[in-house]
Design a protein around this ligand. Structure first.
Ligand code: PRX
Length: 645
């Protein structure tokens, strides 16, 4: 497969960028011509950010699985689409060719139909990182059902909330999942999530860990039985076929829940055509993907990175994608490097938190590992500190592999700002230049464009985007007004990212982190309000306030200030009880790293918590807490400061 839209030089980047801004419809129409459409679109782009209404390739008819699978069969049937590395390195690897992927996806699409799933139904997928997860996702896309993958670390309560919000009618899960030394009892968590649920009709259970599970008659069915039966339906005289549903470009492809500044996660909705074009285009250009390259994205498919750069992006480009079930530090901290060596990985795409964690083990785990296949390295999910960037560059890339620092979000579908490997320049800790089609603008708190440079010669402001790119979210599920308020209302006619940024004299961007009440813990987004709500559910808690603080490995840690009124246990036991409460309500990823018990919180006379002060205390900047005169009771600050842990 050749990619006519692939940018091959810095000069071409500048030309393409200009074309994409001067004539977005012409530019993206040409890119979209590289994909398979059953019927071409009526119009490339129609939009306004006030409603917002964003339509790309409207009227175009397609099925994304024909782009990700069927169109590769004539030339690449025997080529690996997914290489699966199990949690336990002793277990056998599975190589899923495009032909095999086609068969399994057709089979699972048939399973969905047999169980009553229809186009437009919401299917929740709660599985470990096994190839069956890919079959489930793509099976949904094949019949036009809307998938909503939930990361295996979320609790029953979180799943229940998401099932309700999406009004999901089907679930695909596993008995359990392996992650390092742990077995996670997924089906049992689903059973808890389903107590009181009124919408879910069927649960399909894939057997992975063989942990005992309860199977409810009429509701729960085994994946293996269903797949065996479906096989007899889709295979005639050795030919496999399951016609893909014809979808409109603007039909929804999936919902993915993500945290914002309110207590309730939002269901970000992506539509088929634009998302496909955006993930395919950015995948090929950012990583400079060549046919046959082995791409290893270490994310979990429960997050947007896995959706876009393990599945849809690489597969639409006819690529080979490594899918890893386990974690970087099990059975030892050399696991990633073993995988790179074993599959001759060419592109490694991971998170700064993983790099920092592996750095902490020193160079011993790298000894005797052959990393010579690597050509491109990538990072995503949070700002990468210079120390980690250089460690990655020197010890993994041996100073020969460009590092792409890709900035993007669940809402953006794919990368918006990043260097392109070997084509545009890299700069440690800077995401650098926008992709074609992406028009960033830095604004101050009042929405005015920032034009004054700071003492370092940088523009500093809140990062917004002026016009839509094909992969932008279309709505938040079931609540379009929420989408408008969250992203398009802060600054009129701009998409607000929630991030702060710097811009240097070359036009390079450095993302400095969230400017709203969203934390980034190990590259995962968690709202402070969500964590506070969970802490406040504990019977002994009167009130709490949560802020982030710098954490060596996680990037940010969670610091909770808690007013407690119970009598049970000592402080440490209370901390553990609170952590367990948070694990039950959200999941263990949201557990506070530090809990400080306080008698009051710094509030203004109107009752608003002054987080700025708490943030400074949590960050250890206690010498200068700024102006506290607006506080109702300034004395409380002294008490909190002196009690800092
Ligand atoms: O703050 C930015 C940070 O992660 C946020 C998006 O989180 P999420 O929707 O979970 O998606 C993560 C994977 C795309 C952003 O608002 N972020 C993401 N990538 C970078 C980053 N911050 C700095 N540099 C990055 N490369």
């Amino acid at each position: 497969m050749s990619y006519s839209y692939k940018i091959k030089s810095l000069e071409q980047y500048h030309q393409d960028y200009k074309k994409s801004v001067d004539d977005p419809e012409g530019f993206w129409g040409n890119v979209a011509d590289n994909f398979y459409w059953r019927k071409k679109w009526d119009r490339v782009l129609d939009w306004n950010f006030t409603e917002p209404k964003i339509e790309w390739f409207k009227g175009g008819k397609l099925n994304i699985t024909e782009n990700c699978i069927d169109r590769h069969l004539a030339t690449m049937a025997d080529k690996p689409a997914i290489i699966w590395e199990p949690n336990n390195p002793e277990e056998r690897t599975r190589v899923v060719t495009y032909a095999r992927l086609h068969k399994r996806v057709c089979q699972f699409a048939q399973v969905l139909i047999n169980n009553g799933v229809k186009k437009g139904d919401r299917v929740c997928i709660y599985m470990g990182m096994v190839p069956e997860l890919a079959y489930a996702v793509l099976g949904c896309a094949r019949i036009g059902a809307i998938h909503s993958v939930i990361f295996g670390g979320f609790s029953a309560q979180s799943i229940a909330d998401r099932l309700f919000d999406a009004q999901a009618t089907f679930i695909v899960t596993c008995d359990g999942a392996y992650r390092g030394a742990k077995d996670i009892p997924l089906k049992s968590i689903i059973d808890d999530a389903l107590i009181g649920n009124k919408t879910v009709k069927k649960v399909i259970v894939y057997t992975r860990t063989r942990v005992p599970v309860s199977m409810i008659k009429g509701r729960d069915v085994w994946w293996e039985d269903e797949m065996d039966f479906a096989e007899t339906q889709i295979e005639k005289n050795g030919v496999i076929s399951f016609p893909a549903e014809e979808m409109d470009a603007e039909d929804p492809l999936f919902i993915l829940y993500t945290s914002g500044s309110t207590g309730k996660p939002k269901g970000v909705v992506h539509s088929i055509g634009g998302y496909m074009v955006w993930t395919g285009y950015t995948f090929v250009n950012v990583f400079q993907y060549n046919q046959g390259d082995v791409h290893f994205c270490t994310a979990d498919i429960g997050w947007i990175t896995g959706h876009s750069y393990i599945l849809y992006g690489p597969l639409s480009a006819g690529g080979t994608s490594v899918m890893f079930e386990g974690i970087p530090t099990w059975p030892d901290a050399g696991r990633f490097w073993d995988i790179v060596e074993k599959y001759k990985v060419n592109i490694l795409y991971t998170a700064p938190t993983a790099i920092r964690s592996l750095m902490s083990f020193g160079l011993e785990p790298l000894k005797d590992k052959d990393l010579s296949s690597l050509k491109v390295l990538g990072t995503v999910g949070e700002p990468i500190n210079e120390e980690a960037w250089h460690w990655y560059d020197e010890n993994i890339g041996k100073k020969k592999c460009p590092i792409v620092d890709t900035w993007w979000q669940t809402e953006t579908g794919g990368t918006l700002i990043s260097n392109m490997a070997g084509i545009t320049p890299a700069k440690a800790s800077w995401a650098t230049l926008p992709m074609p089609g992406v028009q960033p603008i830095m604004v101050d708190e009042n929405g005015h464009e920032v034009t004054e440079k700071d003492e370092h010669g940088y523009l500093k402001g809140n990062l917004c985007i002026k016009a839509p790119w094909p992969g932008i979210l279309r709505t938040t599920y079931g609540d379009h007004e929420r989408c408008r308020l969250n992203y398009f209302a802060t600054y009129p006619n701009l998409y607000f990212t929630g991030d702060g940024a710097l811009k240097d004299e070359n036009g390079f961007y450095r993302i400095t982190g969230r400017v709203d009440d969203v934390l980034n813990i190990s590259g995962h987004r968690i709202g402070t309000a969500e964590v506070e709500n969970a802490i406040n559910m504990h019977s002994g808690v009167v009130e709490s306030a949560v802020v982030g603080y710098p954490h060596d490995i996680k990037g940010q840690g969670i610091y909770a200030f808690v007013i407690y009124n119970g009598h049970h246990g000592d402080e440490n036991q209370r901390r553990q009880d609170i952590c367990l409460t948070v694990s039950k309500i959200i999941g263990s990823i949201a557990k506070p790293d530090k809990i400080q018990f306080v008698t009051g919180l710094p509030k203004t006379r109107s009752g608003k918590i002054m987080r700025r002060i708490l943030r400074k205390i949590a960050e250890g900047e206690i010498a200068n807490l700024g102006d506290t005169s607006a506080l109702l009771d300034p004395g409380v600050v002294v008490e909190i400061r002196d009690g800092k842990i």
